[in-house]
Design a protein around this ligand. Structure first.
Ligand code: ATP
Ligand code: MG
Ligand code: MG
Ligand code: MG
Length: 469
């Protein structure tokens, strides 16, 4: 059985043997790219190479890129704990051609790796192409020998990839794996495609355009290739398990959280352990790359992820802060591939611990309030915006945390009411401040913010809307 660490090496070695330069993962915080919250795909560090603003010595590259999808255009925060295939943090394996090879060699390389090196049976696989991409359709027949029934033409955005509202983009072709008819779901292009039976493992993007802020697209200097395969999804296939959370790395992380909470990951406790394992990775990697919890921008996304995990620790009955105690296991599993994790270990542990101590002062009472407020709400009920606002303002519950807890209990949250309560609070505090005749110094302001917590936090608009900073 191949471990995640072995699969990563096999992938990179395979492309290195075909003239691709091995490139280290870039940090999660995009360098010089204010349009993007976090690196969300393997192509992001190469964005300027595709557009021609930057040149590289080599025309081919391969990498295993750290990605976080917890805000912005690609946001999987709400999928974690609910699907078998989504993480907030994952590794995207990729190969890139900067104006060198194009569709044919890209498909050849991918098919060969998947069926020969990895040995995945061809009859479990199918491909999608962009609706009018006859060239890709014919290549799948020619190279892979796929029958036409196993090549789906897809019209929507699923087969036209873009990293955000601007930047390089193009039509794509994707490889799907069939986990078997014991799992609900249908092949891509059918009404049941959102199920977890057919899982997308690899996306090959034919990079051809550069999208501008006004939505118009210009041609890239040269057609290029950008591919992305989720390491954790490939590992699930190769290890013969359905869920990413059953692969070797996640089993080890979940075993640690079972041990530390003295509970087993069974029945309705399973999602909690999975969320904890997932959020442990995203929080730790974000902290290692210099993000710290705060009330705005990237730091608030981190805080939201951390607090979600901490809520699940609470659900499991953890009596003491949990997350920092899981860091050694993560470092032991991933520290070799990502030395920054090992370097930052003490800082990661301390950051998680301080945040959990702080949140635990209000978490229990907040959960109590939620419990009381939901007592009379049945399936399909709506939690009042005022309650969600009190949870946010007094107990430090980010809105999405309350929504997630509501979803778990089968109801929703009145977000308009939440916004209204927030605006009312803002105008009240404006009235309060006008005419006081004083301006607070930065130090006083920070002290006040620390004391009041989220009450005076200013970053709401910048994070809750599009999620971009
Ligand atoms: P899905 O449709 O399953 O959400 P996607 O189409 O959003 O995936 P892409 O943007 O095409 O994904 O990214 C390329 C590859 O990265 C995917 O084929 C998948 O293997 C992997 N991937 C994407 N999102 C995640 C995630 N949240 N967790 C783990 N792997 C992911
Ligand atoms: Mg997705
Ligand atoms: Mg998809
Ligand atoms: Mg895709």
């Amino acid at each position: 059985m191949s471990s995640l660490n072995q699969i990563r090496s096999t992938f990179l070695d395979y492309f290195a043997a075909d003239g691709h330069e091995k490139v280290q993962s870039a940090p999660l915080v995009p360098q010089n790219d204010p349009t993007l919250l976090f690196v969300n795909a393997g192509m992001v560090p190469f964005k300027n190479v595709f557009t021609g603003q930057e040149t590289r010595a080599t025309k081919r590259a391969t990498s295993s890129q750290k990605c976080v999808r917890a805000g912005g255009k690609h946001n999987d925060l709400d999928n974690v704990g609910y699907t078998a295939r989504h993480h907030t943090f994952f590794e995207m394996l990729g190969n890139f051609s900067f104006g060198d090879y194009f569709k044919e060699h890209a498909i050849e390389l991918a098919w060969n790796l998947v069926t020969k090196e990895f040995g995945i049976p061809a009859d479990r696989l199918m491909a999608t192409v962009y609706i009018d991409d006859d060239e890709a359709f014919d290549l799948w027949k020619k190279i892979a020998g796929l029958p036409e029934s196993k090549i789906a033409r897809i019209a929507g955005s699923d087969n036209f990839w873009s990293m955000g509202d601007t930047g390089p983009c193009g039509p794509c072709t994707e490889i799907f794996y069939d986990h078997g008819d014991h799992i609900w779901g249908g092949p891509p292009g059918t009404p049941e495609e959102d199920g977890d039976r057919w899982v997308e493992i690899w996306n090959l993007v034919f990079m051809q355009f550069d999208q501008q802020a006004d939505g118009s697209r210009s041609l890239l200097p040269r057609p290029s290739i950008d591919t992305g395969a989720g390491l954790e999804r490939v590992a699930a296939v190769l290890q013969g398990v359905h869920s990413n959370y059953e692969t070797d790395l996640f089993r080890t992380l979940i075993a640690a959280s079972e041990h530390e909470t003295n509970t087993s990951a069974e029945g309705d406790r399973t999602p909690s352990h999975r969320v904890i394992a997932d959020h442990l990775r995203s929080s730790s990697f974000l902290i290692a790359d210099g993000v710290t919890p705060s009330n705005e921008g990237r730091g608030y996304v981190l805080r939201r992820i951390m607090r979600r995990a901490m809520r699940h620790a609470h659900l499991l009955g953890a009596a003491d802060p949990l997350m920092h105690r899981l860091v050694p296991t993560l470092v032991q599993e991933m520290g070799e591939a990502y030395p920054e994790l090992r370097r930052a270990q003490a800082f990661i542990e301390d950051t998680l611990k301080q945040e959990e101590i702080r949140f635990r002062t209000t978490l229990g009472r907040g959960m109590g309030l939620l419990e009381d407020a939901s007592r009379d709400l049945g399936e399909g009920g709506v939690l009042s915006g005022q309650t969600a606002f009190t949870l946010y303002d007094t107990y430090g519950f980010p809105l999405d945390l309350t929504q997630d807890e509501a979803r778990r209990r089968g109801f929703t949250v009145d977000t308009e009411g939440f916004d209204a309560a927030m605006n009312e609070q803002r105008s009240r505090s404006r009235e309060h401040w006008t005419g006081s005749g004083q301006t607070a110094s930065a130090g006083e302001w920070l002290a006040l913010r620390d004391r009041l917590g989220p009450t005076v936090f200013t970053g709401y608009d910048s994070v809750e809307g599009s999620g971009e900073v």
